[in-house]
Write a protein that binds this ligand. Structure first.
Ligand SMILES: [Zn+2]
Length: 341
């Protein structure tokens, strides 16, 4: 227990909080700046287990703000969940770390969240956050939303049992292109790390003490560049489709898209048709794309640089990322041509 002595001395946590933390299970969805820093803080604090879900590989443009990644990861294009898992195991071997290199979507969300005590939002888009909100209220697991763009960030814990939830504030998805993203406005590392620290503190308090009741409804708005920070109370909407009416549209696939532009880079992800679990014919796919160019294999990840100007990365669940493309329709067409379906 010496390892945790300084946080056990912190009275609101104490020995009983540390014990509750030791048996807690966090699901981290997205291993970008928020997910990597939050996961590191939770691993250092001695959480029981961390399940890391991320669909992407480490890029050079991630290194300025994302924790746990090194130049070699970007050079090799290592899957983020895998790279982060290795780092966390070196930090704290007592924590059980489960890395899942997959897309978090309505077909697998409930299975991935099964058994979690708290969910960390490390995503970069609203459709996935709508899905996290549904999972949270369907399974009664608190989740901690965080978003960072430019120099400002928002963080809020949602209880999973009562309002307010994310949908109380945002009943419908804004049309594409109407909200600022890290794609259009950039983001600075300290803001993302600050948001992740607030997020990890909320998660720690939620699993080890009285955090859910104390924090629910409070939204933090932080901007270290502008030297401003405030916390506002948000209200539950009695007509909210998710927390009030129990209608989980995102879990039913209402916002699911097979082809999506990835935030922060010129790349499109295409999902295979049907559930993203098993059944993908790896050998056949390899033979179909062999003519595109030389194939690189990195464990269960395959990459080919096409002479047509894009790089195709294929994962063993049938998912593909087309780097160098920005048109989802074109990416789906290429997927159909080279991989099938
Ligand atoms: Zn709600």
């Amino acid at each position: 227990m010496n390892r945790y002595s300084r946080q056990i001395l912190f009275t609101p946590l104490g020995p009983s909080g540390q014990e509750r933390l030791r048996v807690a299970r966090a699901l981290v969805v997205g291993c970008g700046a928020l997910g990597t820093h939050s996961a590191e803080l939770l691993a250092r604090a001695g959480i029981g287990s961390l399940r890391l879900v991320d669909r992407d590989v480490v890029e050079w443009s991630n290194l300025h703000r994302q924790g746990g990644f090194e130049e070699s990861h970007a050079r090799e294009g290592m899957p983020k969940a895998q790279a982060l898992a290795g780092w966390l195991r070196r930090i704290n071997s007592e924590v059980e770390v489960d890395a899942r290199v997959t897309d978090f979507n309505f077909t697998n969300a409930l299975e991935l969240a099964d058994g979690a005590t708290v969910i960390i939002d490390g995503t970069d888009n609203l459709p996935t956050r709508f899905l996290l909100n549904d999972v949270s209220y369907r399974l009664a697991i608190p989740w901690v939303y965080a978003g960072a763009v430019g120099s400002s960030a928002h963080v809020q814990l949602f209880s999973g049992s009562r309002g307010p939830c994310l949908r109380c504030q945002l009943p419908t998805l804004p049309p594409p292109g109407t909200i600022a993203t890290c794609d259009t406005s950039g983001v600075i590392g300290p803001t993302a790390a600050l948001a992740a620290a607030w997020q990890a503190a909320s998660a720690l308090r939620a699993v080890s003490a009285d955090g859910i009741a104390a924090l629910a409804g409070k939204k933090a708005m932080l901007d270290p560049w502008a030297a401003s920070a405030r916390v506002v109370d948000t209200e539950a909407d009695p007509e909210c489709p998710a927390c009030a009416k129990g209608r989980f549209e995102a879990l039913e696939g209402a916002h699911g898209e097979r082809a999506t532009l990835l935030c922060g880079r010129a790349a499109v992800q295409v999902l295979p048709a049907g559930p993203s679990t098993g059944g993908f014919n790896w050998e056949e796919a390899m033979s179909r794309i062999a003519h595109l160019g030389p194939i690189e294999m990195l464990g269960r990840v395959l990459r080919v640089h096409s002479k047509d100007g894009f790089t195709l990365t294929l994962f063993d669940d049938g998912r593909a990322i087309f780097d160098g493309l920005t048109d989802p329709v074109q990416a789906r067409t290429l997927y159909a041509r080279f991989i099938g379906q």
